[in-house]
Design a protein around this ligand. Structure first.
Ligand code: PAF
Length: 281
């Protein structure tokens, strides 16, 4: 496995694959890797001849300085995990390498209603930062395939929308959520939970599953209200629990009209913010 810190040397390495028309798969990460990230790497290894992963804690997508500061950083373990998974190359740039002074990296794409609910409502500016870094990394790596986790459902739709709008020559692929034994969706932020909090946080997935069965009898708004109450009764602090159209992310009026329905939620557990989702239809 090769480790690159500079764009120029990564590009020189990737030229070898490009010259031979060998597809490149890309797994962008912010490090603090877990099985979920490794599952993306494995899917890329199957679909492409070269797999590149990036480790870069992107400052522009954090809307709170304290969240950026507390974001877990485990570079040595991350590199070992990627090496063992068979990743070919890792890009671990500095902030200056990604955002050199004078280079315009803001993305001028209108995400419309996609960026407004849920994460967009509670983390203003977050998706502008995500789009900015993903576009910049895509410009650097120029992969044919981009692998993203379904856990960040809204993020996937935003990136897919950006790729389509800008006609980027990349296929954006959503990969299934990987869960702990107790159902908790794997997340780098889980590292900040105590064992007791990890157990409690599993109620988020259980509530998503319960929502699926409540939906047989209750309207979408009733399910949302019941899920919020349920999470609160368990001592969790839910920020939102929404039943949304799986394509537009707008609230669904019923279950029959939209082609797909997804339940998305965010909760706080002991100062750690977690998100999860379940596709209901
Ligand atoms: O999902 C993440 O880890 C990040 O938002 C991403 C896509 C790597 C961009 O920084």
């Amino acid at each position: 496995m090769y480790l690159f810190k500079k764009i120029s040397s990564l590009r020189r390495y990737l030229e070898l694959f490009r010259n031979k028309n060998r597809p490149i798969g890309f797994v962008p990460t912010m490090g603090a890797l877990h099985e979920g990230h490794l599952s993306l790497v494995r899917q890329s290894l199957e679909a492409a001849q070269c797999t590149v992963s990036s480790i870069f804690v992107n400052p522009t997508q954090f809307n709170q300085a304290s969240d950026l500061e507390k974001y877990p950083r485990t570079p040595t373990t991350d590199l070992t995990m990627l090496y063992k998974a068979g990743c070919h190359a890792v890009f671990m740039p500095s902030v200056e390498e990604v955002y050199p002074p004078g280079l315009e990296t803001q993305v001028e794409v209108d995400f419309g209603p996609l960026a407004l609910p849920m994460e967009g409502r509670f983390r203003p500016g977050h998706f502008d930062g995500v789009a900015q870094v993903v576009k910049r990394l895509l410009d650097i790596v120029e992969p044919q395939k981009l692998f993203m986790g379904q856990k960040d459902y809204q993020q996937f739709l935003i990136v897919q929308h950006m790729a389509r709008t800008l006609e980027l020559p990349v296929e954006v692929i959503s990969c299934p959520i990987v869960r702990e034994k107790n159902g908790l969706a794997m997340s780098s932020r889980n590292q900040r939970l105590s064992p007791e909090q990890r157990e409690r946080a599993a109620a988020l997935y259980q509530t998503l599953q319960q929502a699926a069965s409540w939906a047989r009898q209750l309207s979408p708004r009733e399910v949302e209200a019941k899920a919020m109450e349920h999470l609160k009764s368990l001592g969790l602090e839910p920020e939102y629990f929404e039943l949304a159209d799986g394509q537009t992310l707008q609230p669904v009026p019923d279950y029959s009209s939209p082609a797909s329905v997804v339940a998305c939620a965010a909760i706080w557990v002991g100062g750690v913010r977690l998100i999860d989702n379940l596709i209901l239809k």
